[in-house]
Design a protein around this ligand. Sequence first.
Ligand SMILES: Cc1cc2nc3c(=O)[nH]c(=O)nc-3n(C[C@H](O)[C@H](O)[C@H](O)COP(=O)(O)O)c2cc1C
Length: 325
Amino acid sequence: MKKILMTSFAGLNLTNPIIIGSSGLTNTPEKNTALEKAGVGAVILPSIFEEQIEIQTSKDIWTDCPKACDYILNSLNGMQLEDYLQLIEKSKNACRIPVIASINCYRDNGWIDFVRQIEMAGADAIELNIFGLNTEIDRPGNTVEDIYLQITRKVKSMVNIPVIVKMSKYFSHIVKLADDLRKVGADGIVLFSRFYQPDIDIHLMQASSGYVFSSNTEIADTLRWTSLVRTKLPDVSIASCTGIHDWEDIIKCILCGASAVELCSTVYQHGNEIIQAMNRSLEEWMLAKDFKSIEEVKGKLNFGEIQDPSLHERVQFMKYFSNRD
Ligand SMILES: Cc1cc2nc3c(=O)[nH]c(=O)nc-3n(C[C@H](O)[C@H](O)[C@H](O)COP(=O)(O)O)c2cc1C
């Protein structure tokens, strides 16, 4: 791989900006070796859920809900904690690229001790996918932000490897939360995670799940917030995620300020072959534009000189709609 594509994200040195997002694409050491061969910069293992950790480390607190316990233990992804640690260890032995563990969590409690074992198994970093919906009428909105900060602070105090926070986009002040995460020690943030998509089956009259893969139209928020966070917080290391489907999308994210991107849907849809093609096109584009490094491209088109990005966006919004009759 050519040096021109080298980048660093959350303190990790990557041969190129393409990271495979947490999913079934990375659930065996063999798949991770194949991804490395295809040219990815790093892999993020599938998430282990805090419930899986809690059940296996303190079974007693789950005795009231045996059905939930059974589902989490046997049906979810069948992942036992020992399997997860083995996946880290074997992937690390098989690959030279960074191997990042992932935890899906929403509470600041007992599961957090497990991060020490993840570090001991050899993970190069930990990504936290913090996801919990606030549906209690008397629970203030900022309790979700507080949970993000508490979990990140605690995980950071337990490990020496980088801690990355995969953020939801459903916050009223994303830039402030990114800044607060940096202050409690997050080494990098991912903008954004993509939630489970609910749908309704009107024929069966029941809830169903929406399409599991993203569409490239979902990139707009990824670009907007990568750009805004980069402009306001140039020291925060960002990986863009959601809706990135081709090499042009990767360039857009880097121009907005990303150090790397996390991909998932497009690799499911097109196979590992797309990675080499993306890397080649990225390099050709950089050479054609006379860029010598990803660092030179990074943030070139963020909100830079614009004094008030919010006002700027309002004006764009007015222009966007006023031209339509
Ligand atoms: C089949 C599948 C499984 C996924 N599993 C996880 C997971 O275990 N943990 C996680 O944080 N994200 C998971 N994701 C979300 C992806 O990592 C990624 O954030 C999301 O798909 C948006 O990226 P994309 O637009 O490139 O698909 C999964 C996505 C898919 C399609």
